[in-house]
Ligand binder design. Structure first.
Ligand code: SF4
Ligand code: SF4
Length: 64
C-alpha cells in the first residue's frame, strides 16, 4: 500500500498536484493541499515531480 504525504509547512496551495494525480488523492482546504484519499496512491511518481515546493512524498504502508 502506498500513502501520499503532504508537508503543509511547504505547500503553497498551487494546486498542481490535484491536476497531476491520476488517483485523485488530493483536495484543497484553506489554501493548502490535503491528501483526502491518501491511501488511493498508486506511486505513479507525478506529484513528487510536479510539486514546486517539494512538499509531497509517497510512503510505503503496511499491508504490501
Ligand atoms: S503541488 Fe505542492 S505546493 Fe502545490 S498544492 Fe500540491 S503540495 Fe501544495
Ligand atoms: S504518486 Fe501519483 S498516485 Fe500517488 S499521490 Fe502522487 S500523483 Fe497521486
Amino acid at each position: 500500500m502506498y500513502i501520499a504525504v503532504v508537508n503543509w509547512k511547504k505547500c503553497n496551495g498551487c494546486g498542481e498536484c490535484i491536476n497531476a494525480c491520476p488517483s485523485k488523492c488530493f483536495e484543497m482546504s484553506d489554501g493548502k493541499c490535503w491528501a483526502q484519499q491518501a491511501t488511493d496512491c498508486i506511486d505513479c511518481g507525478n506529484c513528487p515531480d510536479i510539486c514546486p515546493e517539494e512538499a509531497l512524498a509517497v510512503a510505503v504502508g503496511w499491508g504490501g
